[in-house]
Write a protein that binds this ligand. Sequence first.
Ligand SMILES: Nc1ncnc2c1ncn2[C@@H]1O[C@H](COP(=O)(O)OP(=O)(O)OP(=O)(O)O)[C@@H](O)[C@H]1O
Ligand SMILES: [Mg+2]
Length: 462
Amino acid sequence: MDKLKALVVDDEASVCEAVKAILEIEGLDVVTTTSSADGVEKVKKSVFDLIVSDLKMPGMDGIQFYDKVREIESDSVFIIITAFGTIPSAVDAIKKGVYDYIPKPFTPDEVRIPIRRALEKKRLEQENLALRTQIETRYSFQSIIGNSPEIREVFRVMRHAASSESTVLVTGESGTGKELVARAIHSNSVRARRRFVTVNCGAIPDGLIESELFGHVKGAFTGAIADKKGLAEEADKGTLFLDEIGELATPLQVKLLRLLQEGEFLRIGDTQPRRVNVRVVAATNRDLKKCIVDKTFREDLYYRLNVIPIELPPLRRRAEDIPLLVNHFLEKHKGKAEEKQLTGIAKEAMQALMNYHYPGNIRELENSVEYAIAFTAGPVILREDLPKYTLEEKKLSGEAQKIPLMPLKDAKYQFERSLIMAALIESGGNISEAARILRIHRQNLQQKIRLLDIDLSSVSPV
Ligand SMILES: Nc1ncnc2c1ncn2[C@@H]1O[C@H](COP(=O)(O)OP(=O)(O)OP(=O)(O)O)[C@@H](O)[C@H]1O
Ligand SMILES: [Mg+2]
């Protein structure tokens, strides 16, 4: 485990040294300063578990210093050193949230004991947090429903993503569960007990997003009346979720790239770069490759983000998950109509739900189930309780009419051949890669290429 870090602030250097010596024996890493203003700078730049500060200091006194620190962070344990005679103000300080005070002059024990107590309290708090996280963790993987090969592949990549620190890019149509997946990765990662901070790049106007993301310093622009931390800093040691990343303006893409590559950024109006330690998960329902061609998305940023790609399949491609999801949403929402004593859903209604094509994906399915719960007389949801549009659409009818009639065997041959050609074109003629796309073995693919008489030179790039 890392050593705990402490900051000692006292205008008398000898007091700093005395406290430092005691804390070092206790196993802490100690930084000292004789100026409270410098103390504030130090707190901005690194994370301290414990801060010990004198009460009476020239310039910013101990209480003002405490207030400043709390504007920056709220995790450290703060202890005040106070000379005899100023104990009443120390008591006031405790009412404000200072953890304890040490009288001055002090014996080593008078420093050691409150500090041990404080650190023990912090350790317990963290254990509680970890315990809570474990419970949430178990819950969060369960909250993603599905058993189709497509979703199981997603789970596999998610597990890999959760145990790694690499950037993740989650793509998929609207309502396919991108945010749910991003949260689950966070709460199954080592960062779980730190924050998951969402930035919706599409919802924040261009003019505000930089300050929102990276913060600003006082006076940076009209209205910047005080220093402000950005969301990237809020997410320090945690996960920064950049939703709708495809909407991010290009100048900010450059700044984000710097954050990803160097862990550095500037608050607006600041000259001193700051460092944060964040894990980035980004999501989009856009085709970023197309955005690169259109020059609205930077290619270098794309590759930085797309280290672990997770593509969420649209619901219509994994209809076998629909019954599981329907039952899940029935359980989730049936409490809203307790008087109906719902027991389940009729076969025809389930069939109708399975046949619909869900442009709004899982969100739309959930809405349909909620709708049915509201409209059914109960205790069983019937076909006519479903929203009308889910019934009118017959998933295959449009598509089916376009297909010329032929023996099934020929149709299978044609389809398999076109599919394999498409995969080979996508992989630039690389057989292993095409086999991975098709999720079959390389040898199996080679055999099929021979049997289906596919000319590899027709699919390889020139
Ligand atoms: N596999 C799943 N199991 C259970 N619920 C799911 C699943 N996928 C998505 N949901 C639910 O569907 C809704 C939409 O999911 P989410 O907000 O994560 O989608 P999204 O891809 O971020 O959508 P958008 O692109 O519109 O922002 C949420 O209520 C979520 O809980
Ligand atoms: Mg979303």
